[in-house]
Design a protein around this ligand. Sequence first.
Ligand code: HEC
Ligand SMILES: [Cu+2]
Length: 337
Amino acid sequence: MATIMMRVRQIAGIALYLGLANAQEASWRSPVNVLSRKGLVADQISTIWWFLFSTASLVFLVVITLLLIALFKKGQAVPKGPVQENSSVRPILYLGTGLTIIVLLITAVYTFISMRTLAAPSQKPALTFEIVGKQWWWDVRYEGESISANELHIPSGEPVHFSLHSDNVIHSFWLPDLAGKRDLIPGHPNSLWLQADEPGTYRGSCAEFCGVQHGKMNFTVIAEPRAAFETWLEHARAEANAAVSEEARVGQAIFMQQGCAGCHSIRGTAAQGEIGPELTHLSSRLTLAAANIPNTTGHLAAWIVDSQSIKPGNRMPSQKLSGEDLQFLLSYLMELN
Ligand code: HEC
Ligand SMILES: [Cu+2]
């Protein structure tokens, strides 16, 4: 009896947890839809998907119906001998072959036309972001400089171009709501364009197995009107704020001494590390650790001291810090807005 009660409580607990988690589901965790029509590219992909799916379904239905008719039809026994000798079968053979060729031709031509439309936007994109796939996060660069990590803004209603790179293994950039997947191949820059018709927060992930934390290599794209986007870009390219509070100043010194600066860069300071994400405007980002945990003080503290339980095997060792030093460090990082 006691164990049953325990199980009931456990299940209720899980249900409650899931309910709460669901209620708190942030926009960067909203479900994705590969058949959405939220942008020019997505629209094309969706149309061709539905076209191929309906054609295949129709063919399937026709074939199965004919098969069932043949199975259950009462009639004369099939004459012995090779099929060609039975002249009544010949037209059916011609019809079947002809129809198959026609269907394959139509789908092939339609696919080629769609691929051509998808190859390049009619209006040349005014913007290019460089995306570098890392293990296991995304470096966002603009005009040769890292300006963000795992998160970027784009203007809505216009095509945006992405230049895709990797300096380690193959990754794949995938924003299901806006475009198809595109590989990031070491030594072979790749290219992708997409357009978000409406402002919104879009979720992306790595779509090519790239090591132990591949499953936690996500990112967020925020589409917004041109003016808001430009404000963001200007801010993202600016150097970091100078530490204001006394705690933040102490925290900055700890950041430089602790070895954080050897792996992370903060533009406008001595921190120039290139192994981890740049942190210049860290506190203005929505998430941490490649869109896996929300960017709150609590999660940030947990990440710094215990990154290896949040993302086991990731390239940032859990940091040994006294509680006091951690507080100073947090004050500094939270000021990086
Ligand atoms: C050996 C290199 C290394 C050191 C030392 C290091 N980090 Fe990291 N850090 C990384 C890497 C790599 C990541 C990305 C991990 C991932 O998401 O897979 C990261 C991620 C982070 C993030 C999340 C950034 C984001 O936008 O997702 C923060 C914040 C951070 N580190 C802070 C610190 C602080 C503070 C210290 C010093 C106490 C520190 N790191 C020391 C390599 C390092
Ligand atoms: Cu990857």
